[in-house]
Design a protein around this ligand. Structure first.
Ligand SMILES: Cc1cc2nc3c(=O)[nH]c(=O)nc-3n(C[C@H](O)[C@H](O)[C@H](O)COP(=O)(O)OP(=O)(O)OC[C@H]3O[C@@H](n4cnc5c(N)ncnc54)[C@H](O)[C@@H]3O)c2cc1C
Length: 826
């Protein structure tokens, strides 16, 4: 009995200390006291006590005395660590070091402080930003004819280009002092989202100069002269920028670009200056065909040492007028046939003065770092906004169509199969809006969110892909036929663009999210790597001790939370429908921290090549982030009850995805035994997460088919032409509103028809009969006819005369081509 009690005390005491993350000294004291207790209680004979002391004392000394620990333990691990550390190029290192960690750091570290999430102030639009959205953006949206732009014209109309420039849409990130609008990241996100619900090509056109590009780079790294010259010109649209990084041989691996410049002397504006002769071949460059200034990335070499000693400087960014002699620009690619401007930029032995380097000659070779630092802010805004807009469009139009469209005498939104697709659209839309807001907020807090921007980019474009596919399924042929009535098809065409740009999705999921997350968010790994690289054993030793304690603590937490159903995990809301979600996220966060440590410890640098394993851990981190964004979005709105089905759907789905990702990770872990042990620790009572419930899916589908409420709160940022019955989207809005008024009457009338109480070949004939027989009064009959006419318009698709299908080369162009003449350089 005593023995059983003693063993229980050992296990529970150990678990308690590990769970609390007790320091090594406390552990040491506890172990000695325990041994003493056993001896005092007669469970340990004198000889046993002596033996225990003989074993424990040297162990305690080695662990607690840094000098001994370093010599006997850390040095060996230091050598192993050094051997397993993957080689890292300078560009990889710059990519890893660029940017900051934020809320995802808490989630990665296994014990998220939910109060920190709650206290993140979500950016609100200023009066000026709101007015811009309500007036200029709304006006721009009204000017946009989606079908004409994408199918007929292959370009934005000249008056749209003019309006964009005049209203300084290209200047959202430029400070007021230079004539820009100086909007918050959140406001930029709202502007792009709203335009994208109207026309993708216009959204891309506006998005690019405000994202990674010359404006951003000049703003952060430009010399004062460059700022004074370029920023006012970019702000008022005199200059249209593009940024050229990608080429035929380098896409995802842009850092190994072959484009180069050689430092030399040459003539510029009639005088001899120091410059570089640059050769480059770039492709896929957005806005290039109309750009007046090109941000150019190339490798700079100085073999003659004209800038000092002979040197390879590495990636360098310069700003070059598009009209500069030798630059070939103006031809167009046709990205999925969409109308936004995209094309190649080439040049051979183009001489550019060195003061065109962004930041001046002293920034030669610092281009990659600049790009990495700036990329994260733009990536946290642009593609998430496009994804959200597509999600909102799918939500809003599918909801309306599913109620308006009837088959088998029922609105198709009442069929369970259709509801399944609608639930995904609704759940994703909720998650995307939540993530869009939280992610954009990071930029407004001055954070360069490298990991969450990758999470947001990847997941929101993937959700866009799924939402539009679901929306297309629900619309059937109505979504497939191109023409002025089609509001989905062009978003569908844009999916691969969203998936590919700003970090292609396969790469982003497999390499970046966990790869960067693990190194940047982990409290010890990056510093340990630095210590090893700097041959700093003392620092490594200190870190190692902390790291061991951290791992033991996270593993114990994962196990205890798993065994107790996460009952005692931290939650900012004690009870209520969301409390358990906080607890489950806390539990999975602890599991991620521990499993990541084991994976890194066992696989070392090999984990980088085991992309499918690291991608799954990246999925866990991503869904922790997305799930917490949903909880915050719900909390910030005062926990509206009507949104609970959306919250539950999104969280159930995220937890289920986390469970699946862990499951696949354990199944495929190179050591099956360790994989099984990890599974037993993370899911000691089995995997408790399941896909969202049908009941919540049904509630979501219903909410999507009703005006106001969640539909408006969620998708209110979009432009829906709500009062315009002539507009393809506006017509759906008007029809849905009308249907809500007329539906009981419509159903009554349909029943009369079904029962054969009124007959006739056409709707009009049947209506007239119902009227004659006194089954409907005049006003009712009129209302039904008005709705029926509108309904029929809503289900129609376009049929176009053959001449409307001219090849793109024969389409009228707005003539908005690049104006080179007025472009001069600093
Ligand atoms: C419409 C459009 C607009 C663009 N605008 C610009 C612009 O303005 N400026 C600019 O410089 N560039 C631009 N790009 C280029 C864009 O950034 C690249 O297309 C992108 O980086 C991918 O490069 P790639 O197409 O050559 O594909 P690749 O790099 O050849 O990749 C092919 C596939 O392999 C995957 N892959 C590659 N490496 C790995 C890896 N290690 N692990 C897992 N998967 C991997 C990728 O995810 C992708 O699925 C644009 C591209 C398009 C299509």
């Amino acid at each position: 009995m005593m023995l059983a009690i003693a063993m229980a005390v050992a296990v529970l005491g150990g678990v308690y200390l590990a769970y609390q993350g007790a320091p090594l000294v406390i552990w040491t004291l506890a172990v000695f006291l325990y041994a003493l207790g056993l001896w005092g209680g007669g469970l340990l004979p004198d000889g046993g006590m002596l033996l225990t002391l003989a074993v424990l004392t040297p162990l305690a000394l080695v662990l607690n005395l840094p000098m001994l620990r370093r010599r006997l333990l850390s040095r060996r691990l230091f050598t192993v660590f050094k051997r397993s550390l993957p080689p890292m190029s300078a560009t990889e290192r710059e990519a890893l070091e660029a940017g900051d960690t934020w809320w995802e750091g808490e989630l990665f570290k296994g014990n998220p402080d939910w109060q920190r999430l709650r206290s993140i102030p979500v950016t609100r639009l200023t009066e000026e930003e709101q007015a811009f959205l309500d007036h200029q953006v709304a006006h721009l949206c009204r000017m946009l004819d989606n079908d004409r732009i994408e199918r007929e014209q292959g370009d934005l109309p000249a008056e749209v280009w003019e309006y964009i420039r005049k209203e300084r849409f290209f200047s959202l990130i430029i400070p007021k002092a230079y004539g820009g609008r100086e909007f918050s990241s959140y406001a930029q996100s709202c502007v792009v989202t709203r335009i994208a619900t109207r026309n993708i090509s216009t959204a891309v056109t506006v998005m690019v100069p405000n994202s990674l590009g010359p404006g951003e780079l000049i703003l952060h790294y430009g010399t004062q002269a460059q700022k004074d010259y370029w920023l006012p010109r970019l702000a008022d649209g005199r200059e249209i920028p593009c940024f050229a990084l990608t080429g035929p041989d380098v896409g995802s691996d842009a850092a190994s670009m072959p484009d180069f410049g050689v430092v030399c002397r040459g003539m510029h504006e009639g005088r001899e200056v120091l410059g570089a002769r640059v050769s480059f071949s770039k492709r896929y460059i957005t806005l290039a065909p109309v750009a007046t200034v090109v941000g150019l990335a190339f490798r700079l070499h100085d073999p003659e040492g004209l800038l000092g000693a002979p040197r390879e400087y590495g990636i360098t960014c310069a700003l070059v007028p598009a009209a500069h002699p030798g630059i070939r620009i103006g031809d167009r690619h046709l990205p999925m046939g969409l109308a936004f401007m995209n094309g190649p930029v080439e040049g051979r032995d183009v001489f550019i003065p060195l003061e065109w380097i962004i930041g001046g000659p002293e920034m030669a070779g610092k281009g990659w770092r600049m790009l990495m630092e700036c990329l994260s802010v733009g990536r946290a805004i642009s593609l998430p906004a496009l994804g959200t807009a597509a999600g909102h469009m799918s939500f809003r139009m599918t909801g309306a169509y599913a109620r308006i469209r009837r088959q088998f005498r029922l609105p198709i939104g009442r069929f369970e199969g259709v509801q399944e697709a609608m639930a995904r659209i609704g759940g994703y839309a909720y998650r995307m809006e939540a993530a869009r807001r939280l992610t954009a907020t990071a930029g407004d807090l001055g954070i360069k969110p490298s990991v969450i921007s990758a999470i947001a980019k990847y997941h929101m474009t993937e959700m866009m892909r799924r939402s539009i596919n679901d929306a297309m399924d629900v619309h059937g042929g109505r979504g497939i036929i191109f023409g002025p009535r089609n509001y989905l098809g062009y978003s569908y065409q844009a999916i691969p663009v969203g998936i590919t740009v700003e970090g292609a999705n396969i790469l982003t999921r497999n390499l970046m999210i966990f790869g960067q997350g693990a190194v940047r968010c982990h409290p010890f790994v990056f510093q340990e790597m630095e210590a090893v690289r700097n041959d700093d054993l003392a620092a490594f030793d200190r870190l190692l001790l902390g790291h061991m304690g951290y791992s033991i603590n996270r593993g114990t937490r994962a196990l205890v939370l798993g065994l107790t159903g996460s009952r005692w995990a931290q939650t900012p809301v004690r009870s209520g429908p969301t409390a358990d979600y906080y607890r489950q996220l806390t539990r999975m966060s602890a599991a991620l921290a521990f499993v990541s440590d084991v994976a890194m410890g066992v696989l070392g640098g090999e984990l980088k090549r085991k992309e499918r394993l690291s991608a799954r851990l990246g999925d866990v981190l991503s869904h922790l982030y997305l799930g917490s964004a949903v909880l915050k979005f719900h909390e910030d709105a005062g926990r509206p009850e009507a949104e609970l089905p959306f919250v539950r759907w999104a969280l159930d789905d995220s937890l289920n995805q986390i469970g699946l990702a862990f499951d696949e990770f354990f199944r495929n872990f190179p050591s099956p035994l360790l994989g099984a042990a990890l599974r037993a620790l993370v899911f000691p009572l089995g995997r408790p997460y399941h896909p969202p419930r049908d009941k919540d899916g049904q509630s979501i589908a219903q909410a999507m088919m009703q005006t106001g409420g969640v539909r408006d709160r969620l998708t209110g940022i979009g432009f829906w032409a709500e009062d315009d019955g002539e507009d393809a989207v506006g017509r759906m809005e008007v029809a849905l509103r009308m249907l809500e008024q007329v539906e009981p009457l419509y159903d009554r009338f349909q029943k009369l028809v079904a029962r054969g109480e009124v007959e006739g070949l056409t709707f009009g004939e049947r209506l007239a009969q119902a009227r004659e027989r006194g089954l409907l009064d005049e006003e009712e009959a009129e209302r039904l006819q008005v709705y029926e006419d509108l309904r029929y318009e809503c289900v129609l698709t376009d049929a176009l005369p053959p001449e409307a299908l001219a090849p793109i080369g024969a389409r009228a162009s707005s003539g908005r081509r690049r104006e080179r003449a007025d472009s001069a350089a600093v």
